[in-house]
Design a protein around this ligand. Sequence first.
Ligand SMILES: [Zn+2]
Length: 160
Amino acid sequence: MSNVVGVTAPTKQQENGMTRVIYTNKAGKGVGTASFRPWGYVVIIREDYKKDKGLLNHELFHARGNLLTQWRNWLIRVFDKEEYYEEEVDAFAIQLHTYYLEGVSGHVIDSRFVKFANFIREKYGFKPALTKDVNADLRQEVMALMREGLPAFLPNPQQK
Ligand SMILES: [Zn+2]
């Protein structure tokens, strides 16, 4: 990984797990990933998205908890696709919430939402093909989470 431009220190929530955040453009096709390793998580985000705090919070949500809960969450994701889907919805709700807090404009949020809906369809495949209805369902689910309460997660990454 020669193009590393920034690594964050673990957050307080992650102090018992090891989470490294790396910004690079040499990382696959996605804009961000959180990959589990036996010792914790590597969060990789495209350099072009370095200012995207919503995306960072999304990936840090996947990497939340101490090493034990990181292992547990990883196992759940591997063996239960519905749980994995719910996890992605939670992570996206946190991402959207971050955008709202930062005053990101509505059309940017909308475009992120379309990206997310496509990502859910392509990556997990277990939801019906993306139609306006599925998109609306997903949006409703995310919005309900934002109204009724986000999952407990207060990311506070210390940027170097
Ligand atoms: Zn995700």
